[in-house]
Write a protein of this length. Structure first.
Length: 586
């Protein structure tokens, strides 16, 4: 629809109160009917937001300023506008709304097409979120508060700075007065006011809270406008899976971790050291070699943070899908003791559904941790999850609904493994992620083999802590305190490295590999591309068959199902369960 001033008079005299203006439609007996009023929907979303905040441990609720529930409640005040009212009235063909709709059509010049009106809104001010933005900004003078309500559909509509809430497209002064009256009524009902100021990180957090509360408040629980909505708030939240995890308190390290025979592990000095300092918000870097028990150290520190109310969940981030699936199994075992009775955690990466399906564990909402959290934007909202780092990085990138992921991570223990493996680009994003997580009272545990001084300083937000020893723990608490702990020195080991630069270097290496394999040693051969890997494999496999040695190939061009079979076979050889018979099987 083109904007033609000549065709429209804009002498608007129709005034629809918030109690009578529908915010939704719903279907009953196959007929599209007007749903909840704007006022009821705003009250529902505000009540849900208030209860979601209460699910945070008491120590973390101060992340949300007073008035957070009010902000969420005002997200849809922009639906008090002629264009949105007409879209509902024309779509439902409601007799109750017909008189006002016909008068508005005459006074505004809008067409009798909900789709044409929607397109006009979208092109001009982004629809009802843009109207909410304009009114909140006028009433509070705070752009950040306006942004929260303006971006609750995932992004901020364009050209909002030039929009006046009193303008004719928004219904003029008559409709603006009704929007402001509704805001004042919401202030009285929730007994609060808008916060005087908020930080950027709070803006993102409150945007996530508002959007999640809106998603829940727009669910089937609240479709029928004749039902009393108040008893449905808690039910809708619980049905979605939002809970305060019930942590088994007082567990020792060995109660959470044991060998395949059930013998409890005793914590190492490294694991004791991390547990002693990393149970409160801050950034903690554990640098130690492979096999030092870094995973168990991080999980035990996470358990202590959860059991003392300093955290509300865990996200374990890894660099690859393979490493994520292997940690997932160990993470499930950990939760079985730490949070008995909890649903299985989410597994977050692109192929997670296929991973569960290959194990006959369901798909989508039937997979572990599924249902409401199975949406691709919602996985981090679950209390516990394992996945790839990119899932967390999306919270600080310019993608739609990035703030939902920010809300999902707030107040959690975020464990990031293999930090040394990330390239410069990912490393920069990781720094920005850590800044955000630290501002949201997260306990961030970074696990790495070793780091350069420059990288360590950047991850600790400028705190210069030199590597006084190796292994070590360096940290910066949320309070600003920085320090490091030297860990027991490693036993000296001699590693022999040979560089083959002769003409027949590759064949020499192949011959030596075969000799070592025949003696029972395990060998890994790494190539830079798939074609080279296939070529080397063909020669090794043929000669290994003569020596009765097992030989495998893994690269990125296998189908998912074949890759899963190969990974399951070879990873099982080298994990804890394969120790007993590794030499016999490989």
């Amino acid at each position: 629809m083109k904007r033609t001033k000549q065709a429209r008079s804009f002498m608007i005299t129709v005034d629809i109160p918030a109690e009578d203006c529908p915010a939704k439609t719903w279907v009953s007996a196959g007929e599209v009917l007007p749903g909840r009023s704007v006022k009821d929907h705003c009250l529902i979303v505000g009540a849900i937001a208030k209860e979601l905040i209460q699910l945070f441990p008491p120590r973390l609720r101060n992340l949300f300023p007073d008035g957070a529930d009010l902000i969420a409640a005002t997200h849809d005040i922009g639906k008090l506008s002629p264009s949105f009212f007409l879209r509902i009235a024309l779509q439902t063909k409601s007799q109750r709304l017909a008189t006002s709709a016909n008068q508005l059509l005459n006074e505004t010049g809008f067409p009798k097409s909900p789709l044409a009106i929607r397109d006009y809104e979208s092109a001009g001010w982004g629809g009802h979120p843009g109207v909410s933005y304009a009114t909140v900004k006028k009433m509070t003078g705070q752009k950040r508060l306006a942004i929260i309500v303006g971006q609750h559909h995932g992004y901020l509509p364009k050209s909002l700075e030039s929009q006046n809430p009193d303008q004719k497209d928004f219904g003029g002064p008559l409709w603006e007065k009704e929007r402001e009256r509704l805001v004042e009524e919401l202030e009285n009902i929730f007994r609060t006011q808008f916060p005087e100021s908020i930080s950027i990180s709070q803006m993102q957090l409150l945007s996530g809270l508002t959007t999640v509360a809106d998603w829940l408040g727009s669910g089937a629980f609240f479709d029928d406008p004749s039902r009393n909505w108040k008893p449905l708030v808690s039910a809708s939240i619980q049905e979605a899976g939002f809970i305060s995890p019930i942590i088994t308190k007082g567990l020792a390290f060995g109660d959470l971790f044991s060998d395949i025979n059930g013998t409890k592990y005793e914590p190492t000095k490294t694991q004791k050291a991390l547990a002693g300092i990393a149970s409160s918000p801050g950034v903690y870097i554990l640098e130690a070699p492979m096999g030092a028990g870094k995973t168990e150290a991080a999980l035990f520190a996470a358990y202590l943070a959860l059991s003392t109310g300093r955290a509300r969940g865990i996200y374990f981030a890894l660099p690859t899908q393979l490493t994520a699936t292997k940690i997932y199994e160990r993470f499930c075992s950990f939760l079985n003791f730490a949070v008995p009775g909890s649903s299985l955690p989410r597994l977050l990466f692109a192929g997670a559904d296929a991973f569960f399906e290959s194990r006959n564990m369901g798909r989508g909402e039937t997979a572990p941790g599924g249902s409401w959290f199975s949406g691709k934007k919602r996985g981090l909202l679950a209390p516990f999850a394992v996945g790839t780092l990119d899932q967390a990085l999306l919270s600080i990138m310019g993608v739609k609904h990035n703030f939902v992921r920010t809300f999902g991570l707030a107040g959690k223990v975020v464990i990031i493994d293999e930090v040394h493996s990330y390239d410069a680009y990912t490393g920069y994003l990781l720094q920005k992620l850590i800044e955000t997580l630290d501002s949201l009272c997260c306990t961030v545990v970074l696990l790495s083999a070793t780091l350069t001084s420059k990288t360590r300083t950047s991850l600790l937000r400028g705190a210069k802590i030199e590597a006084a020893s190796y292994p070590q723990i360096s940290y910066r608490r949320h309070s600003g305190e920085t320090n490091h702990i030297s860990l027991p020195a490693l036993k000296d080991r001699t590693i022999k490295i040979s560089f083959l630069s002769t003409k027949n270097a590759e064949q020499t290496a192949i011959d030596e590999v075969l000799v070592r394999a025949s003696e029972g040693q395990q060998i890994i051969w790494i190539e830079n591309d798939v074609a080279s890997s296939q070529r080397i494999y063909m020669e090794l496999a043929a000669r290994c068959a003569e020596l009765h040695c097992d030989c495998g190939l893994l690269h990125s061009r296998f189908t998912f199902s074949d890759r899963q079979k190969i990974e399951n076979k070879w990873v099982s050889y080298f994990d804890k369960s394969g120790r007993r018979d590794r030499n016999e099987r490989v």
